[in-house]
Design a protein around this ligand. Structure first.
Ligand code: ZN
Length: 150
């Protein structure tokens, strides 16, 4: 498929073959699921936060190479971030893949997601990449609610 060769095929295929942070997180305090009916991608996010910092985040699920690579890269990028940084990163990624934000090679957050920087040219595939990020935001909401009801 030409869109994959356009999009740093090797990096995506490597994350797809050996996804980072894959599996259940037994001491998670936030969890959310996402489904992309356009492609069939399914993802579940496990999140562990402590004092408003993301200590750990993992994912499970099955999807296309784009969605798996996106989940793998996203979980790596999120570890050690504050909740505020995580939300800011979501906005940047979302704006980049929907074409609202131009890729900036000097921006460290965007560097990590460089592999997806031309995805806005493939609107059908954008949801594959953003699915896990939306699930991540839902998992953050989930842990916030768990804390406020304690
Ligand atoms: Zn997909």
């Amino acid at each position: 498929m030409s869109f994959l060769s356009d999009l740093y095929q090797e990096v995506i295929l490597d994350h797809n073959r050996r996804p980072r942070n894959f599996g259940e997180l037994t001491d998670a305090n936030g969890m959310a699921e996402g489904f992309n009916p356009l492609c069939g991608d399914k993802v579940k996010i496990y999140l562990k936060t402590e004092n408003s910092v993301i200590r750990d985040v993992t994912f499970e699920g099955a999807g296309c190479a784009i969605s798996t690579a996106s989940a793998s890269i996203m979980t790596e990028a999120m570890k050690g971030r504050t909740l505020e940084e995580a939300r800011a990163m979501f906005t940047k990624f979302h704006d980049m893949v929907t074409g609202k934000l131009e890729f900036d090679p000097d921006d460290e957050d965007l560097q990590r997601m460089e592999v997806f920087h031309r995805l806005s040219e493939y609107p059908v595939r954008v949801k594959c990449a953003t699915l896990v990020w939306h699930a991540m935001m839902a998992a953050l909401e989930d842990q916030a609610q768990a804390i406020s009801t304690e």
